[in-house]
Design a protein around this ligand. Structure first.
Ligand SMILES: [Zn+2]
Length: 200
């Protein structure tokens, strides 16, 4: 779930926040970009300002990549099967949600995750069989993971409260549980035998 204050939320209720220094670095970048826009075209000062912006961009990209590697490593070590929203489907069904840096970051993270899962399989470990499964996220933020009741809720509502069965869950945890359940049952109805699998 790339569109909440947390970097990711698992079906077990674990929430991973993006490190605070990301925000600081992005504020610095915004400031440098403002300064660049004020410099006269063709001037030496403008050249200097442009280099500063490029350097900050690189720094942020590297920090983000490190963070993605760490989180992906943790998940791959811990879980046999990892289920997440299919980003391509999400882009179509949620075009109303603000796009930008965050989504780009999420795509990179999923690529790293898939790569690490494959590397884990190739290593021939006794725990081999790491799988990463993409599922269609449609309705996963509207359905009750307990009874299946479907209800559209505004994005600012942080808790999932079910009017039918009374379930009360963090909204993103509820969505993660739905995502996981979707992989278990799948469109073909084939169950996946894995007892510990987080939906992301
Ligand atoms: Zn319910």
């Amino acid at each position: 779930l790339g569109t909440n204050p947390h970097f990711l939320v698992t079906s077990e209720g674990e929430m991973v926040e993006a490190p605070r220094h990301f925000q600081k670095a992005e504020e610095k970048l915004a400031k440098a970009q403002r300064e660049l826009s004020r410099k006269k075209k063709g001037s030496n000062r403008r050249k200097k300002a442009r280099l500063k912006v490029a350097k900050l961009h690189r720094k942020i990209a590297n920090q983000r990549k490190d963070f993605h590697h760490k989180v992906a490593r943790k998940l791959v070590n811990r879980y046999g099967t990892i289920v997440h929203e299919d980003l391509n489907v999400q882009a179509l069904s949620r075009s109303h949600i603000a796009k930008g840096i965050h989504d780009a970051g999420w795509a990179q993270f999923l690529a790293i995750l898939a790569y690490k899962a494959a590397a884990h399989r190739a290593s021939g470990s006794v725990l081999a069989g790491r799988r990463v499964i993409k599922v269609d996220p449609k309705y996963t933020s509207q359905d009750c993971p307990v009874c299946g009741h479907r209800e559209k809720k505004p994005l600012w509502v942080r808790a999932y409260t079910c009017p039918q069965c009374g379930a009360l869950l963090h909204r993103d945890v509820a969505a993660a549980q739905n995502i996981l359940a979707r992989a278990w049952t799948g469109p073909s109805g084939v169950a996946i035998p894995c007892p510990r699998s987080p939906g992301l």
